[in-house]
Design a binder for this molecule. Structure first.
Ligand SMILES: [Zn+2]
Length: 455
């Protein structure tokens, strides 16, 4: 009997010895991420060999092929593509703009067309400028004051917010709807202060929209430095004129793809945990922080589980979404698939806020999720993950909400993101390997906990 007991104790000891504690598994995920360079080298390839890759471009098509190959190389059980049609906007040749004042002289302005903008025609447009700081200010003006002018939307992103996405949210309306509001009042173009907290001389692009009820007028972003200069000049010489030229065109839609890869779950493969980011990126930079980092982080999560041979109960699915920047067709396509797949989506996690030190996760889900996160907090605290709050997730996974899927987003430090987003500054060199890998390991840790405990 004593012998039997001893065997039992020894057996139990070895069993527990083999089944690692949660904290040991999380530690191993971070160690493996922080000592490996493959994902960072893949980011380098995506940025330097493919570069800016707005939907519909040859670069976006190349990114699709690269993503499929890389996910195969990282050990995915299966990789497949999901086809959808995407818009096909082309910037055209480099934009050109200057201010011309009888008092101040002539100065070139750093501008870029907003995504989706019509062109000015080769001859460009030249007109007096009406500066406004809000949509309301514009709407209250007599149309005679706006007619024939370039409307200059010059409200700066609010620097007093600590979380910079709030500042972005508070200024992006000018970029998205500026052309509609300008045209409605008789303006001939919209010139929009770049949405950033920087004061540098780079123009930030981003999507804008038209309304079929009003004329489509050209919409360009101006660098914050030149927006400041133009404001000063206008105070001295309200009659100065600005010249704008861009040759953007919208070509017929073309097919493109989401790239999907997975590790099949060992216990219940029809239950799925999605981790997603977006493949497309604006054409004026390299799409490093937005969202090359996210793209390779979700690849890295897959690589980590594969290389550490950690068996997951449920299917881990990487979705590299196409067309986040313009019309979110990839997001719609995946949500349509999810609704009809017969699978159960346990969670979806998005990473699209830059490759900066991770601080935690936001979640858009019910009480059970909130309670689970609260319970897991002590396991994540050592890795700088302190922030867990109810909030938005990301536009690529947002359509899964109507299926009742709990949504989460990796939340990195936000201070520098808008220095780069949608600008020529968004280059590989701006990404720290270490911070990026901490983010990947954070997502992996979250996947591990969700897979083990559910909600
Ligand atoms: Zn993005």
């Amino acid at each position: 009997m004593k012998k039997l007991l001893l065997v039992f104790i020894l057996f139990s000891f070895f069993r527990s010895g083999h089944a690692q504690s949660d904290s040991a598994v999380i530690r191993s995920l971070f160690n493996a991420a922080l000592t490996n360079h493959e994902s960072y080298e893949q980011l380098r390839y995506l940025c330097k060999n493919i570069g800016g890759r707005i939907c519909g471009s040859p670069e976006a098509a190349a990114a699709v092929e690269w993503a499929a190959q890389t996910l195969n190389a990282f050990g995915a059980d299966t990789v497949w593509k999901q086809e959808m049609m995407v818009r096909n906007w082309k910037r055209g040749e480099a934009e050109y703009a200057f201010a011309n004042s009888r008092v101040m002289g002539k100065a070139e302005l750093t501008v870029c067309a907003l995504g989706g903008s019509v062109g000015t025609g080769k001859q460009g447009v030249m007109a007096e400028v009406l500066m406004v700081k809000s949509m309301d200010e514009l709407r209250k003006m007599p149309p005679s004051k706006v007619k024939g002018k370039i409307v200059f939307f010059n409200r700066a992103a609010d620097p007093t917010n600590i979380y910079t996405f709030a500042s972005y949210g508070g200024a992006a309306d000018q970029r998205v709807n500026g052309a509609i509001e300008a045209a409605r009042m008789g303006g001939i173009a919209a010139l929009v202060r770049s949405v950033t907290l920087q004061n540098h001389d780079y123009a930030h692009t981003g999507v804008m929209r038209y309304d079929t009820a009003v004329t489509a007028v050209p919409a360009l972003a101006i660098s914050p430095a030149d927006a400041g200069m133009l404001e000063e000049w206008l105070q001295i010489d309200p009659l100065l004129k600005v010249f704008l030229r861009n040759n953007s065109v919208e070509l017929p839609e073309v097919p493109s793809h989401n790239v999907i890869a997975e590790i099949r779950g060992s216990r219940s493969p029809d239950t799925v945990i999605v981790i997603g980011a977006h493949l497309d990126a604006w054409d004026n930079g390299e799409g490093a922080h937005d969202d090359g980092v996210g793209v390779v982080q979700v690849m890295e999560v897959l690589r980590l589980f594969k290389s550490l041979n950690i068996k997951l109960n449920f299917t881990l699915r990487v979705v590299e979404f196409m067309d986040e920047e313009v019309a979110q067709r990839g997001a719609a396509k995946y949500a349509e698939y999810a609704a009809n797949s017969g699978e159960f989506h346990l969670a979806a996690i998005e990473t699209d806020r830059g490759g900066f030190s991770p601080r935690g996760f936001s979640f858009d889900a019910g009480e059970k999720v909130s309670a689970a996160l609260e319970k897991w907090k002590p396991l994540l605290d050592d890795y700088g993950l302190h922030l867990f709050y109810r909030g938005g997730s990301g536009v690529d996974i947002a359509p899964l909400k109507k299926l009742g899927v709990p949504l989460l987003a990796l939340v990195p430090d936000s201070q520098r993101y808008f220095d780069y987003q949608h600008a020529p500054t968004d280059r590989f060199e701006a990404v720290s390997q270490r911070e990026m890998q901490l983010g990947a390991a954070s997502i992996a840790a979250m996947v591990f906990l969700i897979d083990k405990y559910g909600w």
